[in-house]
Design a protein around this ligand. Structure first.
Ligand SMILES: *Cc1c(COP(=O)(O)O)cnc(C)c1O
Length: 487
């Protein structure tokens, strides 16, 4: 490993890091040095697990794939100069693209003026963003609590529901199987995935899970328990694998909540901000939640920010003492500037409608591939630009995502959960890119068919380890993926 990174004093660590930050481009030697340091520091100081997880997918072999910069709205570049079409979108962060100029400009102006608030005077951007949220969100949603992440937006929603419902003797929560709401203890109690929960048992008391999309199960549950404070749902499950409930489900859930006095919390951390073809996914069914959770793309891919929007009736539990639930950085000026610019871009360019349109084209293409390669694929599904390819097995999906990476298309592929590959590009993705992605997917699947007819002879994912040295790792992208055509 790099000798430079060894035995540095803390001051030298920072000096070196500042040098990297200031650099716009890298020579070959600098690239190797930086990549070595990054690999080493991940192994020694971040978490060696990440290295194993990502290294095996990437082309850079022992040098891994270390990202360097965003290039266009829809592409990013690694330290070796390879440009990737981003079909992952940071799992729903980059709805307005990477470094959207309007978002950057707002943040840069605010940065020059006042990055963080005094915590004592009234900060103007919080007020302007809260008003914007009241106007853009459905129905009677009005007051907003700001935080820094999706998990925190869910925590605030749970606490709001508890404070509102406690005097009514309601304390329980109902979530759904396959749900993802974040990983702090409160949010994790609503999250369903056993692997994330198991080491931290017991969870908070009073959390139950019913099958997602099954209105009968929810009805039985809500009628059996009269003390349910709230039902918490994603309109479309994201982490769960882009699971779309039956038509009419959300409407029926809303009616059941009204009937039984449970609040409806919609977690639109991933489905919100235009992702599914409407500004918020609940608009597909005209459903209004009592509490709405937002984050991810709310910060325009530039700043982290979470928001919990509630009706006045519910939010008023915080009126007497606004310090009941607070966070130092939540709703800071930089984050609010980013979110205000993000809404401006989404609305003025009607990106939700664009997501619907382009999502149609992409999904039609992916569905065609699913039909053409039934030995690998179960189906393609999605709404707007929240899509997924479901493969027959983990190792097949893993081989696909690895292939796409080599064709310079970034899709998520994890060793343990590659059966469903999510495709969530920026809503700014062009039709041309959509066709390039489909072309790459076709080539990858065709190559897989030649290499593994009938999909019988894939290596176990754990056995796949690319150790190609950096010198021979010339771009292997097909011609349409050459970086010149990506600008
Ligand atoms: C990502 C996600 C979260 C958690 O958000 P973080 O910003 O990672 O804390 C919560 N809910 C849903 C639906 C998500 O997709």
């Amino acid at each position: 490993m790099s000798s430079i990174s060894d035995n540095l004093t803390p001051l030298e660590c920072t000096q070196q890091a500042l040098k990297w930050i200031e650099k716009k481009t890298l020579t070959q030697d600098e690239m190797i040095d930086l990549n070595n340091q990054v690999m080493n520091n991940f192994k020694e100081y971040v978490n060696p697990g990440f290295l194993e997880y990502r290294k095996s997918v990437t082309v850079g072999g022992d040098y891994g794939a270390v990202e360097w910069r965003a290039s266009g709205l829809n592409t990013l570049v690694d330290t070796q100069g390879r440009e990737y079409i981003d079909c992952l979108g940071g799992f729903g962060i980059f709805n307005v693209g990477h470094r959207n100029p309007k978002v950057l400009s707002a943040v840069e102006h605010q940065l020059a003026k006042q990055p963080l608030h005094s915590q004592e005077l009234l900060d103007p951007l919080r007020a302007l963003l809260a008003k914007t949220l009241a106007a853009v969100t459905p129905g009677k949603l009005k007051y907003t609590f700001f935080s820094n992440s999706g998990t925190e937006s869910v925590e605030a929603a749970l606490k709001l529901a508890k404070a509102y419902q406690a005097p009514r003797g309601k304390f329980r929560f109902v979530a759904t199987s396959g749900a993802f709401h974040g990983k702090t203890l409160g949010a994790l109690s609503a999250t369903a995935k056993a692997a994330f929960r198991q080491p931290f048992m017991p969870m908070l008391p009073g959390f139950d899970h019913v099958p997602f999309g099954d209105i009968d199960a929810l009805r039985v549950h809500l009628r059996a328990y009269s003390d349910v404070a709230a039902v918490i749902l994603e309109p479309i499950q994201g982490e769960g694998g882009v699971i779309i409930p039956p038509a009419g489900y959300l409407t029926a859930v809303r009616a059941l909540c009204d009937e039984t006095g449970a609040l409806l919390i919609l977690d639109e951390v991933q489905t919100g901000m235009g992702r599914t073809g409407k500004m918020f996914a609940c608009e597909h069914e005209g459903v209004q939640p009592d509490i709405l959770c937002l984050a991810k793309a709310l910060g325009g891919g530039v700043m982290p920010i979470g928001a919990t929007v509630a009706t006045e009736e519910i939010f008023s539990v915080l009126f007497d003492n606004p310090f009941l639930h607070t966070t130092t950085f939540g709703g800071n000026p930089l984050a609010c500037a980013a979110a205000l610019a993000t809404f401006n871009v989404l609305l003025s360019e009607d990106l939700p409608a664009q997501a619907a349109q382009k999502g149609h084209v992409l999904l039609a293409g992916l569905s065609r591939l699913a039909a053409d390669y039934p030995e690998f694929l179960v189906e393609a599904r999605g709404r707007g630009l929240m899509q997924a390819l479901e493969f027959r097995r983990n190792d097949i999906g893993y081989a696909f995502s690895q292939g796409m990476f080599r064709h310079q298309v970034l899709v998520a592929g994890t060793l343990n959960n590659a059966k469903t590959i999510r495709i969530e590009p920026p809503l700014t993705i062009t039709l041309e890119y959509c066709h390039q992605v489909l072309g790459a997917a076709e080539r990858v699947l065709a190559a897989m068919r030649i290499n593994a007819p009938g999909a019988h002879v894939f290596m176990k994912p754990t056995a796949i380890a690319v150790t190609t040295p950096i010198k021979t790792a010339a771009p292997v992208g097909v011609a349409v993926m050459a970086s010149a055509s990506l600008r």
